[in-house]
Design a protein around this ligand. Sequence first.
Ligand SMILES: Cc1cc2nc3c(=O)[nH]c(=O)nc-3n(C[C@H](O)[C@H](O)[C@H](O)COP(=O)(O)OP(=O)(O)OC[C@H]3O[C@@H](n4cnc5c(N)ncnc54)[C@H](O)[C@@H]3O)c2cc1C
Length: 184
Amino acid sequence: MIKADVLVIGSGISGLSYAIKVSEQLPDAKIIIVTKSDEDESNTKYAQGGLAVVTDSKNDNFNKHIEDTMRAGDGENKRDVVEMVVTEAPKRFREIVEWGANFDMKNGEFALGREGGHTENRIVHHKDITGFEIERALLQTAKSSPNIEILDHHYVIDIITQHHVPGKETERRRHPLLRRLYFG
Ligand SMILES: Cc1cc2nc3c(=O)[nH]c(=O)nc-3n(C[C@H](O)[C@H](O)[C@H](O)COP(=O)(O)OP(=O)(O)OC[C@H]3O[C@@H](n4cnc5c(N)ncnc54)[C@H](O)[C@@H]3O)c2cc1C
């Protein structure tokens, strides 16, 4: 039987970045990533254009990005979610850079593209293979973490939790390592 403290399903940007963060915060936890195909197979790998993020504080700001996003969503999007995503984006982007992803530069600044719906240049990118570069860097970082193991060609069919097992206690229990992650 294979045991892990933290099981991550999927090796795209979500799964890899989560695994790397947990590994940094809980170096003594054993983290296993299971992924159904080759380890780099994901939507992430095929994303081309880039990431929309406010990095140019001279010409751009969070309000502009929020209003562009609301307009592009024709008001259907939830403003509080849009605000959270837009204001968190620079921090999340910096993490990806720290984990080794390269982005195109111009005169010492990020080279910014513009995409539909945006009123400012705010798309950071790596040529037109941004997702490929992010996947490469995150996989490399995950593989260099001694407490992350990747099991490729492992397909998750179902998740059986405590409350599925007859006779086992049904009270919600949190693994002590995760309690430390969430509550310090
Ligand atoms: C062609 C294309 C272009 C895009 N361009 C852009 C862009 O320019 N900018 C942008 O921001 N976004 C773009 N996107 C969207 C972006 O790629 C996704 O939103 C993002 O990659 C999602 O990341 P993720 O980690 O959530 O999912 P994914 O990258 O899809 O990762 C999911 C992982 O889960 C694994 N998995 C799924 N089911 C199972 C299972 N049952 N068992 C085990 N493993 C499983 C998969 O194999 C995969 O590794 C584009 C997407 C595509 C396809």
